[in-house]
Design a protein around this ligand. Structure first.
Ligand code: GAR
Length: 202
């Protein structure tokens, strides 16, 4: 089966992007990373992608007068590159419902919490404030409602008594780098499908 063509959308550091790029280098991985798009020209991840030999594009949201126009520009870039699957990896822009619907079932996101707990930003701070005993990360299909959508994979980490936001974030990031490539592998190899609001094995 032909490897699926994947684009990764980033806004910053790009460590999940690097995890996906490295995983996709394996011979039997069912997807190849063919494009990285950043909405921020200064995103650190752009240099990391270039160092891995992956084509990059900057589509700066500030250059567009509406979300619709920005999303249309991204969509054009994805179409030109014949993209099959989109992975959001620290992409910090809310996408329009129209764009999300167009990519429904073909777009994944990684979120640093055990969804549905702690949607939105500052998840590690919120987990500490809530005195959560466990925390973690989730890979899910993107739907119009923020940080929702059928869950492909989750990984749990303990919250330790002397945790700071930084310590907890680092522990979560480690499992993010493990589950994102694993979740993309499931989707790209056609081993999962969406059934209502759940993901089921085929
Ligand atoms: C990651 O922790 C990711 O889960 C989070 O941003 C970070 C990006 O780091 N994403 C979100 O909060 C999306 N709601 P990275 O650029 O090093 O992958």
């Amino acid at each position: 089966m032909a490897r699926k063509r994947v684009a990764i959308l980033i806004s910053g550091r790009g460590s999940n992007m690097v995890a996906l790029i490295k995983a996709a280098k394996a011979k039997n991985y069912p997807a190849e990373i063919v494009l990285v798009i950043s909405n921020r020209p200064e995103a650190k991840g752009l240099e990391l992608a270039q160092a891995e030999g992956i084509p990059t594009a900057v589509i700066d949201h500030k250059a567009f007068s509406s979300r619709e126009e920005f999303d249309a520009a991204i969509d054009r870039e994805l179409k030109t590159a014949k993209i099959d699957i989109v992975c959001l990896a620290g992409f910090m822009r809310v996408l329009t419902d129209c764009f999300v619907e167009r990519w429904r079932g073909r777009m994944l996101n990684i979120h640093p919490s055990l969804l549905p707990a702690f949607k939105g930003t500052d998840t590690h701070r919120h987990a500490l404030l809530a005195k959560a005993e466990t925390h973690g990360a989730t890979v899910h299909f993107v739907v119009p409602e923020l940080d929702s959508g059928p869950i492909v994979m989750q990984a749990e980490v303990p919250v330790l008594p002397d945790d700071t936001e930084e310590k907890l974030a680092a522990r979560v990031l480690k499992v993010e780098h493990r589950i994102y490539p694993a979740a993309l592998k499931l989707l790209a190899s056609g081993k999962i499908r969406i059934d209502g609001d759940r993901v089921v094995a085929i």
